[in-house]
Design a protein around this ligand. Structure first.
Ligand SMILES: [Zn+2]
Length: 162
């Protein structure tokens, strides 16, 4: 494990933010809140529209409450028409912590993604797209580009003649 290099301690290892790494529905709630302040109902609607799945209010409201207790989210009553609605938004501290959670998530997925990347047999770079394959001496080799493939073959030729 890499040592985290946070400038200040962020309660990532504790609930409720840590729960979001175990429970993607919570992670997605944080994504929605990170975009804009939202009413509970608005979060439920966005969630359903984006993921195609219903979010249970029984998941949402207790989670929002936990976030509020930890000063990650603040809420304000903002009536919509005649109906009272409570709007939730990330606090400054919450935004920082959520950004770090996103970074951690990104590094987890990047590790999975990178383990699928081909390495150029000639220059050793990771090939993110457009892998150039050539069969050389009966083996399929991956290169970042045709130039690397050409120089790889050139080196083989030089090695065999010396
Ligand atoms: Zn290359």
């Amino acid at each position: 494990m890499n040592k985290p290099h946070y400038q200040e301690p962020i309660p990532l290892a504790q609930p409720p933010l840590a729960d979001a790494l175990d429970d993607l529905s919570k992670f997605y709630i944080l994504i929605i809140l990170h975009e804009a302040p939202s009413h509970g109902y608005g979060i439920l609607t966005k969630y359903r529209r984006r993921t195609g799945q219903a979010l249970s209010p029984g998941t949402l409201y207790p989670f929002l409450q936990q976030l509020e207790q930890q000063d990650i989210v603040s809420s304000l009553d903002k009536p919509v028409g005649k109906r009272p609605r409570r709007e939730y938004q990330l606090t400054t501290k919450g935004r920082k912590a959520v950004n770090q959670l996103f970074q951690r998530f990104a590094s987890i997925t990047a590790a999975a993604f990178e383990s699928n990347l081909e390495i150029c047999a000639s220059c050793g770079c990771k090939v993110y797209e457009g892998t150039h394959y050539e069969e050389i001496q009966g083996k399929l080799r991956a290169f970042c580009c045709s130039h690397c493939a050409a120089s790889y073959k050139q080196h083989l030729k030089e090695d065999s003649t010396t």
